[in-house]
Design a protein around this ligand. Sequence first.
Ligand code: AP5
Length: 191
Amino acid sequence: MGKKVVVTGVPGVGKTTVINGAMERLAAEGIAYQAVNFGTFMFDVARKENLVSNRDEMRKLGKDVQKRLQQAAASGIAAMSGDANIIIDTHSSVKTPTGFLAGLPEWVLRELMPDMVVLVETDPDQILMRRLGDASRVRDMEGARAIAEHQEFNRAVSAAYAMYTGCTIKIVRNENFLLERGIDDLVGVLR
Ligand code: AP5
C-alpha cells in the first residue's frame, strides 16, 4: 500500500506552495507521489450543480451541502488513489458563517484512512500579509488573532483525527524567507 498523507493549513499559509516544492524534490529522487486537491473535487461537483461560481463560495454553503460535497470528494479520491503514494491538499477545519466545520469528519476519514496529517503553520501576521497579497482569491477578512485561533482549532481537531485513525500528526513551519526549510521538513516525512 502507498502512503496517504493529508496536508492541511489555514487559507493562504502556503500548503500548495510547500506541496509543489516537495513533489519536485521527490520526483528528482525518483520517489513517486500524486498530489490532489480536495477542494477541487468538491468544486467540480458544486459547479456542476450550479451551487457556486468560485471555490471561495463553498465554505458559505449550508452545512449539509458542504458535508455532501465532502463525501463526494472523499469517495472520488479514495477510488482514484489505489496503491499509489498520495498527498491530499485540504483543511483540518473550514471557517463557515456558523462556526468551524471539521475538514476530516468520520465519513471522510473512513474513506481516506491517512497515514499522516500534516499541519502547515506560520505566524498569523505572515498569513495575513500573504492573503492580502493574493488577488486571485476571495479571502475572508480577518485579523491575526482570528487566524491564530483557527490554527489552534486545527491542532485540536487533528488530535481527534489521530485518535480515530492512528495516523501521526506532523507540524511543518512555512515561514517567510524559509520556504526551503518547510519543504525539507515535508520531504523528510514523505520519503
Ligand atoms: P483550497 O483551494 O485548499 O483553498 P485555500 O486553503 O484557500 O488554498 P490556497 O491555495 O489559497 O492556500 P494555500 O495554503 O495552499 O496557500 P498557497 O500555497 O496558495 O480550498 C478551497 C475550498 O475548498 C475551501 O475554502 C473549502 O471551502 C473547501 N474545502 C477544501 N477541503 C475541504 C474539506 N476537507 N472539507 C470541507 N471543505 C473543504 O500560498 C498562498 C500565498 O503565500 C502565495 O502567494 C504564495 O506564493 C505565498 N507563500 C507561500 N509560502 C510562502 C513563504 N514561505 N514565504 C512567502 N510567501 C509564501
